[in-house]
Design a protein around this ligand. Structure first.
Ligand SMILES: *[C@@H]1O[C@H](CO)[C@@H](O)[C@H](O)[C@H]1NC(C)=O
Ligand SMILES: *[C@@H]1O[C@H](CO)[C@@H](O)[C@H](O)[C@H]1NC(C)=O
Ligand SMILES: *[C@@H]1O[C@H](CO)[C@@H](O)[C@H](O)[C@H]1NC(C)=O
Ligand SMILES: *[C@@H]1O[C@H](CO)[C@@H](O)[C@H](O)[C@H]1NC(C)=O
Ligand SMILES: *[C@@H]1O[C@H](CO)[C@@H](O)[C@H](O)[C@H]1NC(C)=O
Ligand SMILES: *[C@@H]1O[C@H](CO)[C@@H](O)[C@H](O)[C@H]1NC(C)=O
Length: 646
């Protein structure tokens, strides 16, 4: 067979980066095109079927782009019946290329040909596009196997290509105009990659040593999509599992001393010396747990040790002790496993384990069994978290306030006392939440939540007609944090709430304080933070921190930050530090994770020297902090647990 020639109408020389391009295959027989064109079984296709494009017909396929991208037709695989014809491929009525199919002396539809790469590589804009295949003339048509497109965008996903999730062009975000020019602030990139959508891997601290007042605003994302996906997604989150370690199917009658080494724990077995019993085996299990310094609760929370035997013929006496954070061993607790109850467990209280060293579990097993003693399993897991205790502490025509006591609070013994202007005082509060009445239905909607660790969550009220609630998604830590720790926090000791004015005064453990005023409108919920007293060096400890999640496009709570309404940075870009006065953390692309969760605007409204046009806090100390954060960031390329907030 003669090789055929690919002719282009116009050939443009383009320099495109092939390294970051992503390949998308349009398999026409699997798409909606199959409803409008015949599908034939042809064994030489990639999947057994081809779409018949009949004479006089046109084939149109829709696709979407995440951003303006160079698009290459990498391959066009087809067969033609008997007669040669002129085939043209267009995107949005712009010709990508045209070629003449060769004549086919075998008269077979099962001889497929590939065009290879088309030379034209146009820049195609973000959004919705049409790819069209047509002929010139009335020969016998062609059979289409697939078309491959190379898209010069390493963040493109199949969901976006198929337009199931769409992306919007750059928008203006309505940041309120500010009569003054504030001293410049810095955001610093401290985010890391994760595979777990329930981790707050996006960390963007904001610095400004002379900040006096700033606003945090939550508004619905700007894309048009009315899905209200609210489910959490724990795929890719091994750290969320309560299981610390387990050993299964072990014969304890084996006489030798031996050890089993797993990544999570090591177990050592040795024969004891109880002369009255046939089986006497000691087990020691050594394991490490992560704690507060890694943003984890494993070394803090209590645990349950469970053991089960199989085919027991005699009673087994089990003596348990452990060594954790306290000096010396715990007292011994003796349990029995019996032929009718071959399973037993021990509870280890909160604050027993350590994250500084190995933890040890000791088990001494004694039995008169003459048969082999078979241990079905032995495992240690985090104790279950009991539901939050919620107390409704204030209710009026204009708001509801609830305080919440968690079964386990990760910063314990740090805790928050909530003082209401009614005179009521509540100690040991993990977080509180404020509801606003919704005039167009009979309910109330949560608009603001503040946790003891400084994490604040804001929500616009649900729009008319939306059933139920909108999920939170991103959050903002109000208060100074140490930007070099895995899970930053600003420990609040006291909150004073003026229930009529919806004004809150916060006192921090570090001595700092601030005042919050809550405002909600039809479209947004805003907190104005004023009267800031920053107790720690503000050049090194940011006054606020944006936190959120990004796994991949379409699996995010945020994907971009727009700085001063001008620069739109991708949230995973390695931007190090960026100067600005307002920052809009938003989504350009729809997400399957909490699709309606809000965009967050952080706007610095007043500084000590407004209109002084001070641009840089370019001190040596700040530069060395950036270096420290950078080093820290590169160490953190692993998933971490986000403690499961309400
Ligand atoms: C191709 O030509 C052969 C021989 O003339 C004929 O039998 C066959 O039907 C033609 N096939 C098509 C698809 O036109
Ligand atoms: C599949 O294609 C090859 C040429 O690429 C051809 O030799 C073969 O006959 C085709 N198979 C069928 C069943 O037509
Ligand atoms: C289409 O066919 C006509 C007549 O056969 C020819 O003049 C014209 O150049 C063809 N157009 C293309 C795009 O091939
Ligand atoms: C859940 O997250 C994983 C990645 O961590 C992703 O592959 C999967 O598509 C997500 N599921 C949904 C329903 O979004
Ligand atoms: C085993 O048998 C001896 C002698 O009858 C008894 O003293 C001992 O308590 C038994 N041990 C267990 C674990 O039942
Ligand atoms: C405070 O709450 C924690 C749980 O978050 C609990 O462990 C602790 O005992 C409580 N402290 C007081 C004084 O009630």
């Amino acid at each position: 067979m003669k090789p055929f020639k690919l002719t282009t109408m116009i050939t443009l020389a383009m320099f495109i980066s092939v390294a970051s391009a992503k390949l998308f295959t349009i398999q026409f027989d699997l798409q909606r095109n199959k409803e409008n064109h015949p599908i034939w079984d042809l064994t030489n296709t990639s999947n057994g079927h081809a779409l018949m494009l009949e004479p006089g017909k046109t084939l149109t396929h829709n696709f979407c782009l995440r951003t303006d991208s160079y698009v290459t037709v990498k391959d066009f695989r087809f067969s033609n019946g008997n007669r040669s014809e002129q085939v043209m491929l267009e995107i949005d009525r712009v010709l990508m290329g045209a070629f003449r199919t060769p004549t086919n002396p075998q008269h077979s539809w099962n001889l497929f040909l590939s065009t290879g790469r088309f030379p034209r590589v146009p820049l195609i804009s973000i959004g919705w596009h049409r790819l069209v295949v047509k002929f010139n003339g009335t020969a016998d048509g062609i059979a289409l196997d697939y078309i491959e497109l190379d898209i010069d965008d390493d963040k493109m996903s199949q969901d976006i290509f198929s337009c199931e999730l769409t992306c919007i062009p750059d928008r203006n975000y309505n940041v309120r105009s500010n009569p003054v020019v504030t001293e410049a602030s810095y955001i610093v990139q401290e985010s890391y990659k994760t595979a777990c959508p329930e981790v707050d891997n996006i960390n963007v601290p904001i610095f400004n040593p002379s900040v006096q007042m700033y606003e945090i605003t939550a508004a619905l994302p700007q894309y048009r999509a009315f899905y209200n996906w609210k489910n959490e997604n724990t795929t890719g989150c091994p750290h969320l599992s309560p299981l610390y370690w387990s050993f299964n199917n072990i014969d304890l009658t084996s006489s030798a001393n031996y050890a089993i080494d797993t990544p999570s724990a090591k177990i050592y077995f040795s024969r004891g010396n109880d002369r009255h019993s046939k089986v006497h085996t000691s087990m020691v299990i050594a394991f490490k747990l992560e704690g507060k310094s890694k943003g984890m609760i494993d070394s803090e929370m209590g645990a349950i040790l469970k053991i089960k035997f199989r085919h027991l013929t005699n009673d087994v006496k089990l003596s348990f002790r452990y060594k954790g954070r306290h000096n010396g061993l715990s007292r011994t607790v003796i349990n029995h496993a019996t032929p009718t109850h071959p399973e037993t467990e021990w509870n280890i209280p909160d604050f027993s384990w350590t994250d500084k060293d190995y933890n040890l579990v000791f088990l001494y097993v004694v039995s008169n069994s003459s048969k082999p003693l078979h241990m079905e399993h032995l495992f240690l897991e985090r104790r279950p978290m009991l539901p939050d205790q919620v107390k409704s502490v204030y209710r009026s025509d204009d708001s509801i306030i609830e305080v919440v006591f968690s079964d386990f609070w990760w910063l314990n013994p740090d805790s928050m006392t909530v003082h209401l202007s009614t005179g009521d005082i509540y100690h040991n509060v993990s977080y509180f939440r404020i509801y606003r009445p919704i005039p167009w239905d009979q309910g109330y909607a949560q608009v603001f939540v503040l946790y003891q660790d400084g994490n604040a969550r804001l929500l616009p009220v649900p729009p008319v007609g939306l059933k139920g609630w909108i999920p939170f998604g991103s959050s903002v830590i109000i208060g100074q944090t140490d930007p070099t720790v895995v899970r930053p926090y600003a420990s609040i000791t006291d909150t004073y709430i003026d229930v009529d004015k919806q004004v809150m005064s916060l006192m921090y453990k570090d001595g700092g304080s601030c005042r919050l005023s809550l405002l909600s409108s039809l479209t947004e919920t805003r907190v104005v933070v004023s009267d800031l007293y920053l107790a720690r060096n503000p050049a090194l400890f940011p006054f606020t921190t944006f936190r959120s999640m990004y796994v991949a496009e379409g699996n995010t709570d945020v994907d971009h930050v727009k700085v001063d309404g001008i620069h739109n940075l991708h949230i995973m870009d390695d931007f190090n530090a960026v100067i600005g006065r307002n920052f809009v953390f938003h989504r350009k692309c729809m997400s399957r994770h909490l699709n309606l969760s809000p965009d967050i605007y952080i706007d610095i409204r007043r500084t000590l020297n407004d209109n002084a046009h001070v641009e840089l806090i370019d001190t040596d100390a700040f530069q060395s902090l950036l270096m420290r954060i950078r080093n820290h960031r590169f160490r953190l390329w692993t998933p971490r647990l986000r403690y499961n907030y309400g």
